[in-house]
Design a protein around this ligand. Structure first.
Ligand SMILES: Nc1ncnc2c1ncn2[C@@H]1O[C@H](COP(=O)(O)OP(=O)(O)OP(=O)(O)O)[C@@H](O)[C@H]1O
Ligand SMILES: [Mg+2]
Length: 304
């Protein structure tokens, strides 16, 4: 990834450019106040004039938004509008995509993450993530949970640790139990912690991935369509879990399911075609009385 220098036109100026729209979508002038979401307290993330390109393809345009802590922020919008791209900017996962370049500022707890010298391992420990399809390691349930803390040196187990008297097996047991309880999976797996995680159902695997993300003690959990591959019962469990987690964690979740966004989130950001953030506000406001006609058309299913 390279940082590209370029001037960042503001939202109004951006709208003067030709914007691509999808079938059924009308073009309208974007207003800066539609994305100026006010809340109490310091933002967990303060994103300013964020632009992302994949080669020459400009995927995100001048995104500025503040994300409050200990709440659920939903990112919605039609396919290809840049939701996953935006999410990946919050823990610099786009760094792993060769053709991606990022310009702008993302401050996490007031500290710029797009600057030299940022410890990416530490950043991704504090800002964990869960993907669309459950991706447990082909290892035991226990090892799936303890892998991260072991990698970060927070837990030592095994022969060497035993021989050197630094064995943290008890600590590992506690961590496994705590993380699985937090992810509402403990009761279902407590008698088979040494079974391979691949043998769990899809919904259980996804909760295991959430437990794995929680095991490294993050402050933020990024979730990219975490329930899209699950049945309604498993989805409902994940939704309840997200709401519960938001008491102690900052959750940012991408979803294509409007009802889900309305049910679980405190604030909603609507991205639309071309990689523009069009409106960002309290979830009730977005779903009941949005400012933008395009947002209204999108959430009432007229396009997308
Ligand atoms: N690794 C990549 N290389 C090149 N282009 C990419 C890459 N990832 C995303 N893009 C492009 O960036 C734009 C935004 O993609 P992104 O995946 O962020 O959208 P999205 O809103 O998450 O879509 P979906 O709802 O389908 O997941 C798209 O035009 C996409 O083709
Ligand atoms: Mg996506």
């Amino acid at each position: 990834m390279s940082n590209t220098t370029q001037t960042n036109p503001n939202a109004e100026a951006a709208s003067e450019n030709e914007q691509t729209t999808v079938v059924g979508e009308t073009s309208e002038e974007l207003k800066a106040e539609w994305v100026d979401y006010q809340f109490e307290g310091d933002p967990k993330f303060a994103v300013e004039d964020l632009n992302v390109w994949y080669g020459d393809d400009h995927a995100l345009h001048d995104i500025s938004m503040d994300i409050p802590e200990n709440s659920v922020t939903a990112l919605i919008g039609p396919s290809g509008c840049g939701k996953s791209t935006f999410l990946r900017c919050l823990n610099r996962m786009n760094d792993r995509i060769k053709v991606a370049s990022v310009d702008g500022s993302v401050r996490f707890d007031g500290r710029e993450i797009y600057q030299d010298g940022v410890d990416l391992v530490e950043l991704r420990k504090r800002v964990g993530q869960v993907f669309q399809s459950p991706n447990p390691f082909p290892k035991s349930i226990r090892k799936n949970i303890s892998y991260g803390p072991r990698k970060h040196g927070d837990v030592n187990t095994g022969l060497l640790a035993r021989l050197t008297g630094r064995d943290d097996s008890e600590k590992e047991d506690e961590l496994v139990e705590r993380s699985l309880k937090q992810a509402a999976l403990w009761d279902e797996v407590k008698d088979r912690l040494d079974d391979n995680a691949i043998g769990l159902s899809g919904g259980q695997q996804q909760r295991l991935c959430i437990a794995r993300a929680l095991a490294t003690d993050p402050e933020v959990i990024l979730m990219d369509e975490p329930a899209s591959a699950l049945d309604p019962v498993a989805t409902s469990k994940i939704e309840d879990l997200i709401v519960e987690l938001s008491e102690d964690y900052t959750v940012v979740v991408v979803t294509h399911n409007m009802q889900q966004a309305a049910r679980i989130s405190d604030q909603t950001a609507v991205f639309l075609t071309g990689g523009y953030l069009v409106e960002y506000d309290d979830t009730d406001k977005i779903f009941e009385n949005p400012e933008s006609q395009r947002v209204e058309d999108y959430i009432t299913g007229k396009f997308g």
